[in-house]
Structures are given as structure tokens and as C-alpha cells.
Write a protein that binds this ligand. Structure first.
Ligand code: FES
Length: 177
């Protein structure tokens, strides 16, 4: 009895107040456009959304439903059926490191290595204490401020390895350690 129907009457436009620089909706839109907004591209679009946002929240699912003109119930049905879709961040905090070309050439791989070292998890994993989910993504549309990471849904650009390590260490220190 899945009655998780989200409010259907939300605006079909991308939520405005997510983050100061958030081109991820534009990239998602580009994916949908590539598939001509076909309803049967739903799985591909959800994959792309998860790559960009790391998990699929109500707002995002409703947005996709509007754009592809499919009932939100169907979007929810597909997103909940396949285990590879996350509807919630697994950890209390999420850190997504962009590994697109612009970020990669500016040292994103070093950021990924450094996070792996301090958290002892690999991209796609969550720490045992549930404090951190660590992910990598393809271009998140913030190449002008590469290297870019997304902390708890907010894009941060021009980051250094030290800055990211400090941020993540702070989160890890909040929990057990
Ligand atoms: S490559 Fe990282 S934001 Fe584009």
C-alpha cells in the first residue's frame, strides 16, 4: 500500500532555492531533451538524475513526472522498484565529487583519494556510523568553478583538497569518529 504520492500540484519548474550555483537541473533537462521527453525514457532519466543529485527526493521525482508527463505514481513506482535508485541520502551527510573533465584536470581525483583516505570508504559507499555518503558524479554543470563538489545538496566550487577534507572531517568528527 504505497501511498507516498507527493503533492502533484507543485510547480513544474526546477526548484529555485536549492543552491547558489546549481546547473544540475539544466543538465537533467538536457538529458530529457535528448530523449525528446519520451515517457519511456524514464529509467534513463532517473539514472541521470541520480548521477547528478546522488539521490532522488520527492521534489526531483515530481519534477521529472511533470517534464515527462507521466503520473507521479509511475515515477515513484519505478524509483522504488529498482534497488539501484536511492530515494534518500544513505548517510547523514553527502559529499559528491564531480569527476567530469574540467574538475578532473583540476585535481578532482586527488580529492576523491583524500576523502577515501579519511573516511575509509569508496565512492558509492556510506560510513558504518551513517555520517557520510560519498559519491562521484559526471559533470554537474559547474565547470566554470571547477573543481566542484556538492555538500548536502549545495554546490561548492573552486575547492581545494584541504577544504574538502576539512569539511568531511568535521562531519566525521560530529559522529563517532
Ligand atoms: S566537469 Fe565538474 S562541473 Fe563540469
Amino acid at each position: 500500500m504505497a501511498t507516498q504520492a507527493a503533492t502533484v500540484d507543485k510547480s513544474p519548474t526546477a526548484p529555485a532555492a536549492k543552491a547558489p550555483v546549481d546547473n544540475r537541473y539544466k543538465l537533467l533537462e538536457a538529458t530529457m531533451k535528448r530523449y525528446s521527453y519520451q515517457a519511456d525514457s524514464l529509467i534513463e532519466v532517473l539514472h541521470s538524475a541520480q548521477q547528478l543529485f546522488s539521490f532522488l527526493d520527492d521534489e526531483l521525482l515530481t519534477y521529472i513526472a511533470h517534464k515527462l508527463k507521466v503520473p507521479p505514481s509511475r515515477v515513484y513506482g519505478v524509483a522504488t522498484f529498482y534497488h539501484f535508485f536511492n530515494l534518500k541520502p544513505q548517510g547523514k551527510h553527502t559529499c559528491v565529487v564531480c569527476m567530469g573533465t574540467a574538475c578532473y584536470v583540476k585535481g578532482a581525483d586527488k580529492i576523491v583519494d583524500a576523502i577515501g583516505k579519511i573516511s575509509k570508504i569508496k565512492p558509492g559507499e556510506t560510513t558504518a556510523d551513517g555520517e557520510l555518503s560519498f559519491m562521484v558524479a559526471r559533470c554537474i554543470g559547474a565547470c566554470g568553478i571547477a573543481p566542484a563538489v556538492v555538500y548536502d545538496g549545495a554546490v561548492a566550487g573552486l575547492v581545494s583538497t584541504e577544504m574538502v577534507v576539512d569539511k568531511v572531517k568535521g562531519w566525521l568528527a560530529d559522529g563517532s569518529e
